[in-house]
Design a protein. Structure first.
Length: 52
């Protein structure tokens, strides 16, 4: 098992790459979701302020 985590001596390069890839995937999910929620709040506020 330790050989797997050591990655043949390349663990110093492999594990940060996995972490960076996971972070990028999470950001690709999270940021558009956050922007969508903000846009919906703005639209609801505009709709409420116009009195329609």
């Amino acid at each position: 098992m330790s050989e797997f985590f050591n990655m043949g001596g390349y663990a110093m390069f492999v594990w940060p790459s996995y972490g960076l890839a996971a972070l990028i995937l999470w950001l690709n999910w999270y940021l558009p979701r956050r922007q969508h929620r903000q846009l919906l709040r703005q639209l609801k506020r505009r709709h409420r302020d116009t009195g329609e």
